[in-house]
Design a protein around this ligand. Structure first.
Ligand code: GLA
Length: 736
């Protein structure tokens, strides 16, 4: 709910358990009064009282009170939109270069309005309604006739507030935006720590808490995508925050390109955080009458630690961001041939996999990289999206028929954004690749990046996708992207718009994916980027699942799952049972243990099923049955991170509980066998104290226990012998 005090203009935005309050200094400067735990029931006059309690600016005189000391005010006021050049030396969220070649501006309050619902953001993925209200606040620089509309949406069913900004040129001269970030939070520093996710290929989204000290902390991507190395996410938390306790402020950006997240602890005891499009290598020319809209930032506050933050984000993304018709449906159990064959396959080989897969109860075959052009290695053919009939005899339509005849659906890998220098496409259109006039563009995995800022390229890709999907019964697409962007030069854009390229690329990508999912509404889209380099809320808007990592080793996955599930629902995480020994780590683990861990996601297989032992093959129907029995719960339930190997050096324990507390599943993974230790005591969450639950471990009943007992006393479970051992626990409410 949003309320505004007409006289003071103090605005209070309430979610079920948080409040966000804005105020004005001198009737001009918009600042953050308060963000935190909900301020209780609303009383008449409480907004004005809030203004007295928490003056947006309490120690320094305002510019009206002491014009001669304006600079001191500007540097210490908690601006909602910090701008460059007027004395606020924190990371600015807005800056322009004027026709006079000068930078900087001062944004003054110019009115606000509240409406039911939420507007779409042009060309950008963004959350959508349900029951929500939006507050738009106008700020203007009168000298420049530049207006910024700050947009805040409050959802009645979740503790999220979203923010974005539209900047409009209402003047008669062009201006150039040199930065436009999505959200800033200027809070009083409470000994905050910062938490981000970082990593690398095959080690994505490691949780990285760090102490914040005086100065700045930066989390960024300049790779044209969110990247293996970073996540468009910043979280400030009070010292000692755990899963269950501590105050947490989270900012997550619905964006898939270069971003900046930055926190500064300043000399005044302020923690200034901001997130948005990276200002490095960014400009946007605004001619008179034109507007620019930033991506959306998702803000949430938790007074109950990180666990509450995760569950809020999971619910928010499930209810307000992911649009796919598959969101609430069981996904097909698929088998992907990448690690089974790499490039070395033909339709006979794939159909032999399909035969064995169908017999085991698998539902879809995904043909990965290598089916087109002359693609027998990663050195050629991206861009030449014609099926290679030497490998796939009879073409895609025929092959799909053969796969369907075996009772499987067909999925296909594609990497539309890329071009191999050794391709007919590149030979015909060398100017379609990103490149600078004065450099040979750098190849990565022997490939170049197509210029998605060029509408002709986007049109070509749209036709290519339409052609492939209309040519055969393809029900799933894995959309890959296997290198970062470099050589930011567009042969298409004029010289004064080259710095628009990185963002225009992302807009081109979004337009393509939007076209794909609206033209083929039944298609299941899984995004991917060299493993999990583009796992971000922007891509989730288009695909209900994203390939989490090329690392399917169950031990390495523990940290990847922990980091990814900090922000994303388990239903979004592409997860396959991989082969033995693992190609990435060289580790050997048992088939059954790998299968348990793959249930913490979409569940599928990525191995040559024709080479499994009879014992392994015989396990598959049972694994699929178990997955299906809990898939709905894992998809829709509440996630609890009960123990972390990263923290305890011993084991992981994850639970998913039904929202009504009637059931739960838990996944225990013991990394190394340890002799001569007591049983492990597992304490669960999200159950009903006074109900009884039957508990099974790997299908074996352990008896019935009370919810209170399972949550507070805990369940003692003997440790398994051996290394890398998974246990699958089911907890079901029963009458006795
Ligand atoms: C990326 C993906 C893999 C596979 C290969 C194919 O690395 O993450 O799963 O599709 O590309 O080249």
């Amino acid at each position: 709910m949003i309320r505004i005090d007409e006289e003071t203009k103090i605005a209070r935005l309430d979610t079920p358990s948080t409040s966000y309050c804005l105020g004005l200094a001198d009737g001009r400067y918009l600042g953050l009064l308060y963000y935190g735990r909900r301020l209780g029931t609303e009383l008449p006059g409480d907004l004005a009282e809030l203004g007295r309690l928490l003056k947006p600016h309490d120690t320094q005189p305002t510019p009206l009170e002491n014009p001669g000391q304006k600079l001191t005010f500007m540097n210490s006021y908690p601006f909602e939109l910090p701008t460059w050049g007027g004395g606020n030396f924190h990371e600015a969220a807005l800056d322009v270069r004027t026709e006079a070649g000068q930078n900087g501006l001062e944004m003054i309050y110019d009115g606000c309005r509240v409406f039911e619902g939420k507007k779409a953001l042009p060309g950008l993925p963004a959350s959508f309604g349900g029951s929500c209200q939006t507050l738009e606040i106008d700020l203007v620089d009168p000298g420049l006739s530049l207006r910024a509309v700050l947009s805040y949406t409050v959802f009645s069913d979740t503790d999220v507030i979203t923010r974005s900004m539209t900047v409009k040129n209402e003047g008669t001269a062009p201006v150039t935006l040199t930065r436009a970030l999505s959200a800033s939070l200027m809070l009083e520093d409470r000994d905050f720590e910062v938490l981000t996710l970082g990593g690398s290929w095959a080690r994505e989204r490691r949780i990285m808490p760090q102490k914040l000290t005086y100065g700045g902390y930066v989390n960024e991507s300049l790779r044209g995508e969110s990247g293996h190395q970073s996540q468009p996410f910043l979280c400030l938390m009070t010292a000692g925050t755990t899963q269950k306790s501590g105050e947490v402020y989270c900012m997550h950006l619905v964006y898939s390109g270069c971003f900046l997240g930055k926190v500064q602890i300043d000399d005044q005891g302020m923690a200034a955080a901001t997130i948005g499009i990276h200002p490095e290598n960014y400009e946007w020319r605004l001619d008179p009458g034109e507007a620019f809209t930033t991506p959306e930032a998702v803000l949430t506050y938790s007074a109950e630690g990180l666990g509450k933050m995760s569950r809020t984000l999971h619910d928010f993304y499930r209810c307000h961001l992911i649009r796919s018709p598959y969101l609430h449906k069981d996904r097909p159990v698929l088998i992907n041939n990448w690690e089974a064959t790499y490039f070395d396959f033909d339709s006979d080989k794939l159909l032999s996999i399909a035969d064995a897969a169908a017999a085991a109860g698998i539902e879809m075959l995904v043909m990965d990289d290598g089916w087109f052009g002359r693609r027998n290695a990663d050195t050629s053919s991206l861009g030449d999206w014609q099926v290679n009939t030497q490998k796939i005899a009879g073409g895609l339509g025929h092959f799909a028929g053969e796969v369907n005849r075996r009772g499987l659906r067909l999925g296909l890998w594609i990497e539309p954004e890329m071009v191999s220098p050794d391709s007919d496409l590149f030979r015909a259109h060398p100017d379609w690749a990103l490149q600078r006039v004065h450099n040979e563009p750098a190849q990565g995995r022997h490939q170049l990046v197509l210029d998605l800022a060029n509408p002709a390229v986007v049109a070509f890709l749209r036709e290519t996708l339409d052609g492939i999907l209309s040519s055969a019964n393809i029900e799933y697409i894995k959309w890959d992207m296997n290198r970062a962007l470099t050589d930011y030069g567009s042969p298409y854009l004029p010289a004064d718009r080259q710095k628009e390229l990185a963002h225009r690329y992302v807009l081109g990508l979004y337009a393509l994916q939007d076209h794909l999912v609206s033209s083929f509404p039944d298609l299941l889209l899984e995004n991917c980027s060299g493993g999990g380099a583009r796992f971000d809320p922007g891509m989730l808007y288009f695909s209900p699942q994203i390939w989490t990592s090329d690392d399917m080793d169950p031990v390495e996955r523990l940290a990847i799952i922990e980091g990814t599930a900090l922000l994303y629902p388990l239903s979004t995480m592409g997860a396959h049972v991989s082969k033995n020994r693992n190609d990435v780590t060289g580790r050997t683990t048992a088939f059954a243990d790998r299968a348990v861990m793959a249930m913490l996601g979409t569940f599928g297989y990525e191995l040559d099923i024709t080479t499994l032992t009879a014992d392994e093959l015989a396990q598959i129907p049972g694994q699929i049955a178990r997955h299906k029995a809990v898939a709905g719960l894992i998809r829709e339930g509440d996630y609890y991170r009960l123990a972390s190997w990263r923290e305890n050096g011993d084991y992981d324990l994850v639970e998913v509980a039904a929202k009504d507390g009637s059931r739960a599943v838990a996944f225990l993974f013991e990394v190394l066998g340890r002799p001569n230790m007591r049983s492990r005591v597992l304490r669960f969450e999200g159950l009903k104290e006074n109900s009884r639950y039957e508990v099974t471990a790997d299908g074996r009943s352990l008896g019935a226990f009370s919810g209170a007992g399972l949550m507070y006393a805990g369940l003692a479970l003997a440790r398994k012998r051996g290394d890398f051992r998974a246990t699958f626990l089911e907890i079901r409410e029963c009458s006795e």
